[in-house]
Design a protein around this ligand. Structure first.
Ligand code: ZN
Length: 167
């Protein structure tokens, strides 16, 4: 086997990732090739260097906790943004519905009725304010009399229809 193809296998050899036949081939070549032996030594050195430098890295105190907090915070941020979008959508929908109602003929009727109600209520309040208590009392008595006479009229009408049915 040529050095090139052996050297491609060397890092796998160091990591123990080769098949049994590949390993046998690499070891057989290494016994007779100093170039590849040097290459292997180089790879082993690099691998050890990497291992030891990573082993010596100690995570700062509370790093895990901070990462967890950051993840949670970002989740909450996403939720808050989603809620905001939802509120915006509902606000826009509500605004749209109100706009359509106000602009459409139905909305015109509603507005007219609303204005009429406001005007009637205002007029009533104005009348009540401008009238003294005496006039108010007169108005109430008049209303009661009107209602009473209406009832009497209804009663008479009822009796009249009954007597007509009888006769
Ligand atoms: Zn070689």
């Amino acid at each position: 086997m040529k050095c090139g193809s052996i050297q491609e296998l060397l890092s796998g050899y160091v990591d123990g990732e080769l098949s049994a036949t590949e390993r046998v081939l690499v070891e057989a070549h290494l016994t007779q090739c100093t170039d590849c032996q040097n290459q292997l030594a180089e790879i082993k050195k690099m691998t050890n260097l990497l291992r030891t430098s990573f082993e010596n890295v100690v995570a700062p105190l509370g790093l895990e906790e901070r990462i967890a907090q950051a993840i949670e915070a970002s989740h909450q941020g996403v939720q808050a943004r989603r809620l905001t979008v939802l509120y915006l959508v509902f606000a826009l929908l509500g605004g749209g519905v109100i706009t359509v109602l106000v602009v459409s003929p139905f909305g015109m009727i509603v507005r007219a009725l609303f204005r009429l109600t406001v005007t009637v209520v205002r007029g009533g309040i104005y009348m009540l304010n401008s009238m003294g208590h005496l006039w108010l009392a007169v108005l109430v008595v008049f209303c009661i009399l009107l209602a009473g006479s209406s009832l009497v009229a209804l009663f008479r009408l009822h009796r009249a229809t009954q007597s007509e049915v009888v006769s």
